[in-house]
Design a protein around this ligand. Structure first.
Ligand code: SAM
Ligand code: SF4
Length: 331
């Protein structure tokens, strides 16, 4: 049964929930995790599939129509396609997407599509094997590209996005190879500015290669024209002027899009986060496990969402990086 829509105290309607299904990962990307990994959550701390399903079922009638499954690396969670199947059956969920490093996608692509995944984003930061290794600390580009091919065989989940984090001193060299990739395949390439959510807590503004800088590099070789922006879209999308595809830039640092934010996040241990950069979280696991009714859960969620931050303060004096890193929040 439909309920009152979910609004924050600034009048933004919340319709997008990102669920981190595990804090674990098989990669150690420089901008996300320390080389030695992080202390993983204990199994009992992690929400079960049934608990995630319950929370999605409470939020969907409030107008949460989009669910993105992320992590950590979602595909390292045992039996993950089963969770996809359970969530795909929740009435009101219209879009069920996945963000993955694709290392295990060759194994899982068919099962995920069968289970009802509707969209897939694959993270790839370099199309060159040695540079991919340098950034992810795993020599796995061929395996990842096989995963990408495996999912691309399923037209049902097209268009597939390929996301690259933009780092100064690294990504300049990737700009044209990725532009060529976007022009010669059906994949939609997006660059994402490096955010202060890294495992080493060593982010600084000068390490961010902005979307505008990347756009200019690409434009000088392949002229670009801006495409109209879609509602709630985080990316600025540009078409190649010769009609050969498009490319996008997600610029949370240089051009924050907070005013239009419709997202909340659920960590693997059941904490609701109303902003990537929240310093405060709301525990949903305790009420869940203490036998809260749907109405009680709804009230805790509404109260937390009402207090959603107006905007992030990255780059402003006094900004504090959250203790959790991107891998532990769910990017
Ligand atoms: N492991 C999966 C993957 O890499 O796609 C899903 C989780 S990962 C945390 C989600 C996305 O966050 C990836 O595209 C990754 O590149 C991005 N990411 C991680 N750390 C980031 C940071 N510090 N700044 C910007 N993006 C980041
Ligand atoms: Fe793992 Fe994704 Fe973080 Fe890389 S970005 S370490 S693949 S969670």
């Amino acid at each position: 049964m439909a309920r009152e829509p979910l609004f924050d105290g600034h009048g933004r309607r919340i319709s997008d929930l990102r669920v981190s299904v595990t804090d674990r990962c098989n990669f150690r990307c420089q901008y996300c995790m320390p080389a030695d990994g992080l202390p993983w959550l204990e199994r009992a701390e992690v929400l079960t599939f049934e608990e995630i399903h319950r929370l999605a079922s409470v939020m969907a009638p409030m107008g949460v129509t989009d669910l993105r499954l992320t992590g950590g690396e979602p595909l390292v969670r045992r039996g993950f396609p089963k969770l996809v199947e359970m969530l795909a059956a929740v009435p009101g969920i219209e879009d069920l997407s996945l963000t993955t490093n694709a290392y295990l996608l060759e194994r899982d692509a068919d099962a995920l599509v069968e289970a009802g995944i509707t969209r897939v984003n694959v993270s790839i930061d370099s199309l060159q094997k040695d540079r991919f290794f340098q950034l992810t600390r795993r020599d796995s580009l061929p395996q990842v590209l096989r995963g990408l091919e495996a999912i691309a065989r399923h037209e049902r989940v097209w268009p597939i996005k390929v996301n690259a984090v933009a780092l100064r001193g690294f990504t300049e060299e990737e700009a044209i190879p990725f532009a060529d990739f976007a022009r010669s395949t059906s994949f939609q390439v997006r660059f994402i500015e490096f955010m202060p959510l890294d495992g080493d807590h060593s982010w600084s503004r000068d390490q961010v290669l902005t979307g505008e800088e990347l756009r200019a590099i690409i434009h000088s070789v392949h002229p670009l024209e801006e495409a109209p922006r879609e509602p709630h879209a985080t990316a600025r999308v540009f078409r190649f002027a010769d009609g050969q595809g498009e490319i996008g830039f997600i610029n949370p640092v240089s051009e924050p899009f907070c005013a239009d934010c419709n997202r909340i996040r659920l960590t693997a241990d059941g904490k609701l986060r109303t902003c990537l950069f929240s310093l405060h979280e709301t525990d949903l696991r305790a009420p869940l496990r203490d036998g809260a009714s749907d109405e009680e859960l709804e009230s805790v969620i509404r109260d937390a969402v009402w207090r959603k931050e107006l905007k992030h303060r990255v780059g402003e004096p006094g900004f504090r990086q959250p203790a959790r890193t991107m891998s532990a929040i769910g990017g």
